[in-house]
Design a protein around this ligand. Structure first.
Ligand code: NAD
Length: 363
């Protein structure tokens, strides 16, 4: 099969959908891989690395898209890319169609077969192609929090790990899912005094077993959150209620009672945020002040570490790409129910119920 990897052109998107290892995997199975010139540069991958892995490097996006039976991308096509969509081509990428009616209409008009990373779902309901980005955002949260805690950044001037004879910072992680667990792991590694709250006590049991006393788990109630947040130097919000906006768990009044210079990192900002005062920020201007506290609410945290994010994402997308390339999309989906749940559009029809409902387009 012919596999195309265009350069991402969405603003500030530096990831790429295939690494040289992925290109090697596909070409060694007899497929042709076409990568757009410079596609990997944002992730510090050169054209030469793709060539050495057996891929062909083409100069323009039009050339690359034209070659592909299967197009691998990271972000949804933007308007400039709509004319390149066509029937008989399979597109495998993050799509988030429910929030994007113009793209949904363009996909339907083109007849493309579109498989969305974010709706691929395992039998245990986990979302394997979203999890790595939660891992990245979670691991990044204590790092950006520690930076914001420094005095020149407007923070309290506290070193997370303390030093011998001086207490470490107190870090409170709200939500113990993929992002929260990864945030707690790094905060513990920094030597901070870490508490993690979740409403799911089974989850807390797992975390407690894993950390063997190196952090404290707390059942999440508004009372427990208030007590923990008042004492915190750094609060990391990482909750998710599937299919709903994030619950507001830290009020403006509670922030007013926090220590001056404390920091709040809201990973859940892409679902509206779990602090009352959260509003989405960008990497260019990531923080703002509320009372005497510093808020960090970047909606695409993994974008700050595109090299790590590219490798994290492609580690999990590659097996599906190999299946799509080797079997063709129909057989690959027939053989794998998880991948089949990724099909969002085919031959002008929407094939995903929630997307059809959200966009008001026929199912
Ligand atoms: P997850 O489903 O693995 O974990 C969410 C956890 O929140 C669950 O354990 C759940 O029990 C817990 N929870 C729900 N309500 C709670 C409450 N009231 N108190 C405490 N815990 C509660 O989800 P995840 O993959 O860890 O994602 C977390 C959030 O991070 C999501 O909103 C996701 O979209 C977001 N995210 C953001 C970025 C970014 O760049 N900002 C990147 C990746 C993911």
């Amino acid at each position: 099969m012919r596999i195309a990897v265009p350069r991402e052109i969405k603003n500030h998107e530096y990831r790429v959908a295939l690494t040289p290892a992925g290109a090697h995997e596909l070409t060694s199975r007899g497929h042709d891989v076409y990568v757009e010139q410079g596609a990997g540069l944002g992730s510090a991958i050169t054209d030469e690395e793709y060539l050495a892995a057996g891929a062909k490097v083409l100069a323009t996006a039009d050339d690359v898209w034209a070659e592909g039976d299967l197009v691998l991308k990271v972000k949804e096509p933007i308007a400039e890319e709509y004319p390149r969509l066509r029937a008989g081509q399979t597109l495998f990428t993050y799509l988030h169609l429910a929030a994007d009616k113009p793209l949904t209409e363009a996909l339907l008009a083109s007849g493309t077969t579109a498989i969305a990373y974010e709706t691929v779902q395992l039998p245990n309901r986990a979302l394997p192609l979203l999890a790595p980005m939660s891992e990245v955002a979670g691991r990044l949260a204590p790092q950006v929090g520690a930076f914001a805690l420094m005095k020149p950044s407007g923070g309290r001037g506290v070193l997370p790990g303390g030093v011998p004879g001086v207490a470490p910072a107190r870090v409170v992680v709200i939500g113990g899912g993929v992002a929260g667990l990864n945030a707690a792991t790094i905060a513990v590694g920094m030597g901070a005094d870490v508490q993690i709250l979740d409403t799911n006590v089974d989850r807390l049991r797992q975390i407690d077993g894993q950390f063997q006393g190196r952090l404290r788990t707390l059942a999440s109630t508004s009372f427990a959150i208030e007590q923990a947040v008042r004492e915190a130097d750094l609060v990391i919000g990482a909750v998710l209620v599937p299919g709903a906006a994030a619950p507001k768990l830290v009020s403006n009044a509670l922030v007013a009672q926090m220590k001056p210079g404390s920091v709040l990192v809201d990973i859940a900002i892409d679902q509206g945020g779990c602090f009352e005062d959260s509003r989405a920020t960008t990497h260019a201007e990531p923080t703002y002040e509320v009372h005497d506290s510093v808020f960090y609410c970047v909606a695409n945290m993994p974008g700050a570490v595109p090299r790590t994010s590219t490798y994290a994402l492609t580690n999990v997308t590659l097996p599906y790409a190999v299946a799509l390339a080797g079997k063709g999309w129909e057989k690959a989906l027939k053989d794998d129910r998880s991948l089949a749940l990724g099909l969002n559009a085919h031959a002008g029809q929407l094939t995903n119920g929630p997307v059809a409902e959200a966009t008001g387009l026929a199912h």
